[in-house]
Design a protein around this ligand. Structure first.
Ligand code: SAM
Length: 341
């Protein structure tokens, strides 16, 4: 075999693995483009008329040439579509519009900011220790940063409302809350899930429980059927209710802290109470799944984790709950329904 044939044979053999690596590493830049475009509100600047990057740049303040390259990459991944030199919406890019009923804009926009990039700079620390990279910025952890920086707290709250839109709709469609009585949403943020549940099930009432600054920012949702209670679930007693709901809360914590939160729920819960964990269930299937990416986000940000079915089940068991059923939804979360064991 001539030297050049040999060279090509090696290249051919490497095409598959090389493609796998470039696709994986390229994802980093796709994510950055997505987040930046969300911050520049590019999707809001695009209506149903195809627009050039120049036109979109004029409205958003981006550099036209840079925007055209960013949109070319995103369009290659199904976010916006490119035809000639114009861009149009796809279903995915529409979800970046602020007025989309399930807008993900404020959630996506929080990725790749100065603070999150600083955290990612300590990724190797997380890999080496299993501890959150956030510790390098504040040893008291992620939520301490949000409590001490009201602007960061507001941005995070808005990101959670945005993240949860599609989840809230899917949870309401999958679960009948009509006989849930008084429902405590523990770590319920701005009360977006609880408010939707109480609106949908007229015999229910709600108690939103979260840290004081978060509850202060949620003040306007209070009503005769929805009360707010500020507190720390590691220190303060939880309200006595018929149903306890925790969405994307347990995933923020390692097993020790997650156990402490569920033990606090168990302590407050009357014998008939039901517990609804609204969480991802990491599939046993080894293929790609959003929960596996979120799991790394938890590792870096909070030291938490996404859990498999058996991890959820054994955590609940340790805390005196019996997992009765898992209700799948059309979004990334399932509803894990448990009762006191
Ligand atoms: C990932 S967010 C989830 C918010 C909301 N449940 C959702 O899914 O959109 C976690 C929530 O837990 C709250 N939280 C964190 N530490 C807490 C504590 N020690 N006591 C009470 N709430 C806490 C945060 O303020 C935040 O609202």
């Amino acid at each position: 075999m001539a030297a050049s044939d040999d060279h090509h044979a090696v290249l051919d053999r490497q095409t598959g693995p090389f493609d796998t690596l470039t696709a994986a590493l390229g994802g980093l830049f796709v994510g950055h483009c997505l987040a930046s475009v969300a911050r520049f509100s590019v999707a809001d600047a695009l209506d149903d008329t195809p627009r050039t990057a120049q036109e979109l740049a004029e409205v958003t303040g981006a550099n036209p040439e840079a925007l055209s390259r960013v949109l070319r990459l995103l369009a290659a991944h199904g976010v916006f579509a490119a035809s000639d030199d114009r861009f149009t919406h796809t279903g995915a890019s529409r979800m970046l519009r602020s007025d989309h009923p399930q807008s993900w804009r404020d959630f996506v926009a929080t990725f790749g900011t100065e603070r999150t990039v600083k955290q990612l700079g300590y990724f190797d620390y997380s890999l080496q220790t299993g501890l959150p990279a956030t510790n390098k910025l504040n040893p008291d952890g992620f939520f301490a940063i949000l409590q001490s920086d009201p602007e960061a707290g507001r941005i995070f709250d808005a990101a959670m409302v945005s993240k949860a839109r599609i989840q809230v709709a899917s949870v309401l469609a999958a679960y009948d809350f009509s006989d849930c009585g008084t429902i405590a949403d523990i770590g319920g943020g701005q009360g977006h899930l609880l408010q939707a549940v109480v609106d949908a099930a007229e015999r229910t009432t709600g108690i939103l429980f979260d840290l004081p600054p978060v509850i202060e920012r949620a003040a306007e949702i209070a009503s005769d059927r929805l009360t707010l209670q500020a507190g720390d679930f590691f220190k303060d007693p939880l309200p006595v209710c018929d149903t306890y709901m925790l969405m994307d809360v347990i995933h923020d914590w390692d097993v020790e802290r997650a156990t402490a939160i569920l033990a606090a729920v168990r302590k407050a819960a009357p014998p008939h109470a039901r517990l609804l964990l609204v969480e991802s269930v990491v599939p046993d299937d080894p293929g790609p799944d959003w929960s596996k990416a979120m799991d790394i986000m938890m590792l870096i940000h909070t030291g938490g984790r996404q859990r498999t079915h058996s991890e959820h089940e054994s955590l609940l068991q340790t805390c005196g709950f019996r997992l009765e059923r898992v209700v799948a939804t059309t979004s990334d979360v399932s509803i894990l329904e448990a009762v006191r064991a």
